[in-house]
Design a protein around this ligand. Structure first.
Ligand code: ASP
Ligand code: MG
Length: 406
């Protein structure tokens, strides 16, 4: 008998018809002799609707109240899903994050899970009831409701799978799995049969929205096999798992783009020790996440340009901080370009193959795409390019690394 956690995303449970269809899927898995734990998201659009409501009342919603508000969508789905499963003649019981004992820290709207008690889920399974857990939420030590960040139900599912040592965590969505790149940009994009945790982590942080990044970190840490698949058909999906020999033979696994980027440059900063520290400490104090950083070597040893990227949303805040630092240091000034995108290639095989970066740069240059910034890790190369050229870049890279072919 296997223990399987099945998580259904917002589009999979977008209305009561879909909830009934998912309930069928759940019971058919149980009927095969598996123990199933269901984790649900809010019905598609619900969480956004709550965010909008809050915005109609205040520009600066209190985060504790925001969490109570946001967590309610998942509670609705869990109750309805439980009823739908019961209608099919199976015993089932819904649980909120609190009832499951998902204990998080207190960083409201982006809480991290500290531990999961899970006693009630275990008891329900013993009694042959299918537990249906409201995703995306927990409670802090004060018993206040917290949420795990947008898209966080994936993380609930994997965390429960890890806590209960489940055999598999299935993430059901409206696409067939993880693609080599966004099929809306490149129609030839291919669904992958499997991908390593590290590659998936990179793809998720690079803007591939199929999985919540933290869920992959959890899965990797506790070695939970994860499958991303569609709740609309029986296609087997993509397995996210430990790296194996086959994966190393493939040089590039996927191409990702993130248009949600802004580049900020501080011009002619005096070239002396401690400048970068001053700048990035101030930015960190403003709670802005910096992604790439490039510092040029000065031509005259006196001053240098420093550029960095942040998310578009954080651009104005970062620009403000950079302006202050620039004034303080006597730099020439600052500017922001919000029209940039980050295009990246990912693959564990890069570690053992030569010339991958050269192929990427040459391909972009032949396509007339100017590279503004470059950053690399062992399994990723990212280039910042003009936003208007980013889709072209993705298409050309997908072609040159032959990703449409298995
Ligand atoms: N309902 C939440 C959101 O829309 C969490 C989730 O769906 O995973 O972000
Ligand atoms: Mg999601």
């Amino acid at each position: 008998m296997k223990l399987i956690v099945q998580k259904y995303g917002g589009t999979s449970v977008k209305d009561t018809e879909r909830i009934k269809a998912v309930a069928e899927r759940v019971v058919s898995c149980a009927a095969k002799g598996n123990n199933v734990i269901v984790v649900v998201s809010a019905m598609a659009g619900e969480t956004d609707k709550f965010v909008k409501f809050a915005g109609e009342i205040t520009d600066n919603p209190n985060e504790r109240e925001m969490d109570l508000l946001l967590s309610s969508g998942e509670r609705v789905t869990s109750a309805l899903m439980t009823m739908a499963i019961q209608e099919l003649g199976y015993e089932s019981m819904s649980f909120t994050g609190r009832q499951v004992g998902i204990i998080t820290d207190s960083s409201h709207t982006k809480a991290m899970i500290d531990r999961i008690e899970a006693d009630r889920i275990k008891a329900a399974i013993k009694e042959n009831k299918i537990p249906v857990v409201a995703g995306f939420q927990g409670i802090n030590e004060l018993s206040d409701v917290t949420t795990l960040g947008r898209g966080g139900s994936d993380t609930t599912a994997v965390a429960i799978a890890a806590a209960l040592k489940a055999d598999l965590c299935e993430i059901y969505t409206d696409v067939d799995g993880v693609y080599t790149t966004d099929p809306r940009v490149v129609p030839e994009a291919r669904k992958m049969d499997k991908i390593s945790y590290d590659e998936m982590l990179e793809m998720a942080s690079l803007g591939a929205k199929v999985l919540h990044g933290r869920s992959v970190e959890f899965a990797k840490k506790f070695n939970v096999p994860m499958v991303v698949r569609s709740s609309y058909n029986d296609s087997p999906g993509t397995l996210v798992t430990k790296e194996d020999g086959d994966m190393e033979n493939i040089v590039v696994t996927g191409v990702a783009q993130d248009k949600n980027q802004a580049r900020i440059t501080i011009m002619r900063v005096p070239d002396r020790p401690g400048i970068a520290a001053t700048l990035f400490e101030s930015i960190a104090e403003a709670n802005v996440n910096v992604d790439m950083i490039v510092q040029n070597i000065s031509s005259d040893d006196k001053a240098t340009d420093i550029s960095f990227t942040v998310s578009t949303a954080e651009g104005p805040k970062a620009l403000e901080v950079a302006q202050k630092v620039s004034d303080k240091l006597g730099a020439q000034g600052v500017n922001m370009n919000p029209e940039v995108a980050k295009v990246s290639i990912v693959g564990v095989g890069m570690q053992s193959h030569f010339g991958v970066a050269a192929t990427m740069f040459e391909t972009l240059s032949k396509a007339g795409v100017n590279i503004m910034m470059i950053s690399t890790s062992e399994i990723k190369i990212s280039c910042v390019v003009d936003m208007n050229q980013s889709e072209l870049a993705v298409k050309e890279l997908h072609k040159v690394f032959d990703l449409a072919k298995q």
